[in-house]
Design a protein around this ligand. Structure first.
Ligand code: GLY
Ligand code: MN
Ligand code: MN
Length: 462
């Protein structure tokens, strides 16, 4: 946990940004895995962590915006609990650690909110993402479950996004710790990527590194020799020479800050000519995009820049053709890179996505495109110092997508389908780094993870 003043300051800022009423931030409950008492690893709600810091289940944070007061609602444990859980600090003591003076038992939350509603106050709450939260909101506020989403507070969402988008030095240091754990994970995966090894042996080993050095991974590990499937969570393939292994994996620190890194390596440790050619294109897209990062630029522009680097490279190889600016404008490159260049990162690996992607990645001045490919760009808006984001271009040969576009005669002026056919057994490549937007430019976070052909062949050859 940070010093309590960090949380006091964050709450003061939120209250200043809100006009009136009550803001309710529910903490998470334990989530059962296969029976009630056998639970998943507990993960606190990120908004609750940001404002109230306490990494324990069954708490709720309340801001009284008009009275300038904060509350934590929670119930003290009894002796039965202590027998199983060990001694626990009181809610009062826990709240004091994050600078909250007012605490009330959880069973008084409903009454507290009802009194506020009767006094004509609006109850602001963020979008829900767990079934239990929907039920809790229904019980607390009397909103029909099917209509809970209609009552979320856009004012609260915007105020939270404004604050959480700008990471301070302490947060950046935490994110860098998460990237440094990812360094260990990825270099270990590289060294293990030899023919005959099964994907899950590597995935399991690197997941253990995250657990051993921090918290569980920041998202389920994507590790596959079928990297053309963007989020491939199947880990049952045996590595074979001639394929590339995509590893998209990150850690969470003990303070719940994330990393999100992707590296792609040739099974066996040596790139063949065809792999090297595509790899260099994706690497150039990754590095040119990173170099273009600075405050004031639209992230959408950087996305399009990366797409142009990919498309130009593919043109040189004879996979694309024609006017590259036009090809990218019309979205022809999306056959090879159908996803967005990146997203915000912080507590959540897709930071604040639970608040609504468009509130996080877009604003009044820039709206999300509906073009295939560009529509999947999660972050399009102008960059500001303090943003932490990912840069993750890729190039994939997805046989089903190639077949569909070819059959539809799509973009035949830009795509050389005859040549593309010969790459259907290639797989995919993605290279992802985590970047801080600084006052004038950017900083790649964490210890540099091998990325060039030479660096990768070097570490895998050892
Ligand atoms: N790890 C998923 C992503 O890169 O966005
Ligand atoms: Mn990733
Ligand atoms: Mn990512």
């Amino acid at each position: 946990m940070f010093d309590k003043n960090v949380y006091i300051e964050r709450r003061n800022k939120l209250r200043k940004d809100m006009k009136s009423g009550i803001a309710l931030i529910l903490g998470n409950a334990e989530a059962p895995y296969n029976y009630p008492a056998n639970t998943y690893h507990f993960r606190q709600d990120s908004n609750f962590l940001y404002f109230f810091g306490l990494d324990h289940p069954d708490l709720a944070g309340v801001f009284d915006i008009d009275e300038n007061k904060d509350y934590i609602f929670g119930s003290d444990v009894d002796l039965d609990d202590i027998i199983w859980m060990g001694p626990q600090p009181s809610i009062k003591d826990r709240a004091a650690e994050v600078g909250v003076e007012n605490t009330l038992p959880m069973n008084e939350l409903s009454c507290f909110l009802n009194k506020a509603i009767k006094a004509g106050k609006k109850i602001h709450f963020p979008p829900t993402y767990r079934g239990e939260q929907v039920i809790q909101i229904k019980q607390l506020l009397g909103i029909l479950t099917a209509r809970v989403d209609d009552y979320v507070s856009v004012e609260l969402i915007k105020a939270i996004v404004k604050l959480r988008s700008i990471k301070d030095e302490k947060e950046i240091a935490e994110i860098e710790k998460a990237v440094d754990i990812a360094y260990e994970m990825h270099t270990t995966a590289m060294k293990m990527a030899m023919p005959g090894v099964v994907e899950r042996e590597i995935a399991g080993t690197i997941e253990g590194i995250s657990l051993a050095k921090g918290n569980p991974v920041s998202f389920p590990i994507i590790l596959s020799i079928n990297g053309q499937t963007l989020h491939n969570h199947y880990h049952g393939n045996t590595l074979v020479e001639g394929r590339m292994m995509v590893t998209d994996a990150g850690a969470e620190t003990t303070m719940n800050y994330s990393s999100d890194i992707t590296r792609t390596v040739p099974v066996g440790g040596k790139f063949n000519q065809r792999q090297k050619e595509i790899y260099e294109i994706v690497l150039a897209a990754n590095m040119k995009a990173i170099e273009a990062i600075k405050p004031g630029i639209l992230y959408k522009e950087i996305h399009l820049l990366a797409c142009k680097v990919i498309a130009s490279g593919l043109k040189e190889l004879g996979l694309m053709k024609g006017d590259i600016d036009k090809a990218v404008e019309q979205g022809a490159h999306a056959l090879f890179m159908p996803h967005g260049l990146g997203h915000m990162m912080g507590f959540d690996v897709h930071d604040m996505e639970g608040l609504g992607e468009n509130y996080v990645g877009y604003d009044e001045t820039i709206k999300r495109s509906d073009q295939f490919g560009l529509a999947f760009l999660r972050l399009g808006r102008e960059l500001q110092p303090g943003f932490v984001l990912t840069v993750e271009p890729g190039c994939y040969f997805i046989p089903e997508l190639i077949d569909r576009w070819k059959a539809e005669g799509k973009f035949t002026e830009f795509i050389n389908y005859e040549k593309v056919e010969t790459y259907k057994d290639f797989g995919g490549i993605r290279i992802e780094d985590d970047i801080l937007v600084t006052e004038n430019s950017y900083r790649v976070l964490g210890k540099p993870i091998p990325k060039t052909v030479e660096e990768i062949e070097g570490i895998m050859g050892k």
